[in-house]
Design a protein around this ligand. Structure first.
Ligand code: SF4
Length: 484
């Protein structure tokens, strides 16, 4: 075990620790080869650059010299100071904004500025602002009172002011001390029970393998942090114990915490049994899947979106001219990507989609999850489709995710498209891709398009990814029918 006493703590490590204590430990002590690349940090960085670019300040400079010269904006300052005993804290301050005050440079001072994605200001934003402000206080010898957070709302740059109170500063110092204790520990903190966080973490594969090996309850689909605590209270601490208990006994025990917990007892025990034995459990006879079996062909539909601005930028379709009774030749599949360049160009998009749907009247539209029908029907309503048209489209949707949940209990940690497709043996042509990667390709392509680079590798990668999402949905539908 290496000694980490000398390692400085930086803003990046603090962010990791706020998200998951174990993540910070792994960043310092883990085997970096086990990390996966994720698109999230690149998306965050690009978003930050984009926001800062939009500030359009005339008076700016780089480094501490910019502060000495009293520029309105100072970029790229790196500071370090032992905010806690015997430990240097390093801060990478991408941008400082000039404000009132009395600093060592004159009758002005500087306050920190960060950019955020997502819907709201979180504890992470507050603590990072507090950390950077304490480092600036030490540099300018004047106390920062507010920090600024930039974010984009419908392409408009907004600035929020956050008061940096003594309470936030105290919380920061306590957090730094706890972080220090965690990274110095010989063993890593436990795997978080809020496993939703793991889906975007670069250590997810590593932690997932350990969670399976150790039989963590958080591995069981349907068990989040709260439900895990309840199960621990009734002395169920791992998958094996959950798989063994009779579901009616579990119901009796869980009902005490509310019937919403008792009601899913059977589902939980079956799920644990499936995951423990790695076997699929059929819940219902698939004879009832007539709608799928008798269809004369299919349209498969998948959307890619930018959640920050609620923009569905790609509507992808593949068409299967007949049923799946025969083997599907993936090379012959016809894929049609319909791009929606800007939110305000929906009229032509709706016309193109409507033409496609009318051309293939009566053919069911397969999709995975509720996003696609919700988005398409809303688009139709915004573009003036009649109630009759909307109703007709609504009737054509078949949600493959709902069917999988209704008919099968599968040995998977969640019932998302990727997990189920992986279970049936389907692989995306491009490895280690997800919605975040698709969003990054989209944003990079949009930027390069402005520079007249209309056809690019990014757009091709995005189409390939979306096509594979459609094919994965199709293959799961075929798997459902094939399991007679
Ligand atoms: S994968 Fe999950 S448990 Fe592991 S470090 Fe990341 S967030 Fe924490």
């Amino acid at each position: 075990m290496k000694c980490n006493k000398s390692k400085p703590i930086n803003d990046h490590l603090l962010r990791s620790w706020i998200r998951c204590r174990r993540k910070a430990w792994l960043e310092i002590n883990g085997d970096k080869q086990k990390k996966l690349w994720t698109a999230h940090s690149t998306l965050q960085l690009n978003h930050q650059i984009d926001c800062f670019h939009n500030l359009a300040q005339k008076s700016y400079g780089i480094g501490i010299q910019a502060c000495e010269e009293g520029k309105n904006i100072a970029y790229g300052i790196r500071l370090k100071y032992p905010l806690i005993k015997n430990r240097v804290i390093k801060g990478n301050l991408p941008i400082l904004s000039k404000t009132t005050g009395e600093s060592i440079w004159g009758s002005f001072s500087y306050q920190p500025m960060i950019a955020r994605q997502g819907k709201k200001v979180t504890r992470e934003h507050r603590l990072i602002l507090a950390m950077t402000s304490l480092l600036i206080n030490n540099l300018q010898k004047y106390q920062v009172k507010k920090g600024l957070i930039l974010h984009k709302e419908n392409e408009t740059l907004k600035v929020e002011k956050i008061r940096l109170t003594d309470n936030i500063n105290t919380e920061l110092i306590e957090s730094l001390l706890n972080l220090e204790r965690d990274i110095e520990s010989k063993t890593p903190p436990p795997i978080t029970s809020n496993r939703k966080k793991c889906t975007i973490c670069s250590w997810r594969k590593y932690c997932g393998a350990i969670a399976i090996k150790e039989g963590h309850l958080s591995e069981v689909s349907g068990i989040g942090a709260k439900r895990e605590l309840l199960l621990n209270k009734i002395a169920i601490n791992n998958i094996e114990e959950l798989a063994k208990i009779k579901h009616y006994k579990l119901k009796e025990k869980l009902d005490k915490f509310g019937t919403q917990h008792g009601d899913i007892s059977k589902q939980l025990t079956l799920q644990a049994q499936s995951q423990l034995t790695n076997k699929a459990i059929k819940l219902k006879s698939t004879k009832e899947l007539n709608e799928l079996k008798q269809a004369k062909g299919f349209l498969i539909y998948d959307i890619e979106s930018d959640p920050d601005i609620k923009h569905d930028f790609l509507h992808g379709f593949i068409r299967i001219p007949n049923n799946f009774h025969k083997e599907i030749n993936l090379k012959e599949i016809k894929y049609s990507p319909l791009l929606n360049l800007e939110k305000d160009t929906e009229n032509s998009l709706w016309k193109r989609i409507n033409r496609k749907l009318n051309h293939l009247k009566g053919i069911p539209i397969l999709h995975y999850g509720e996003t696609e029908p919700i988005s398409l029907l809303k688009l139709g309503l915004r573009e003036g489709a009649s109630p009759h048209e909307i109703d007709a489209i609504k009737k054509r949707f078949i949600d493959i995710h709902l069917l999988i949940r209704e008919y099968w209990c599968l040995p998977v940690q969640n019932y998302g498209l990727k997990s189920i497709a992986e279970f049936i043996g389907f692989e995306w042509e491009q490895s280690n891709t997800d919605g975040a990667r698709a969003l990054l390709w989209w944003r990079q392509w949009k930027k390069s398009r402005r520079l007249n680079n209309i056809y690019s590798k990014n757009l091709n990668s995005l189409f390939k990814y979306n096509r594979d999402d459609c094919i994965a949905t199709l293959m799961i539908a075929k798997w459902l029918i094939d399991q007679e």
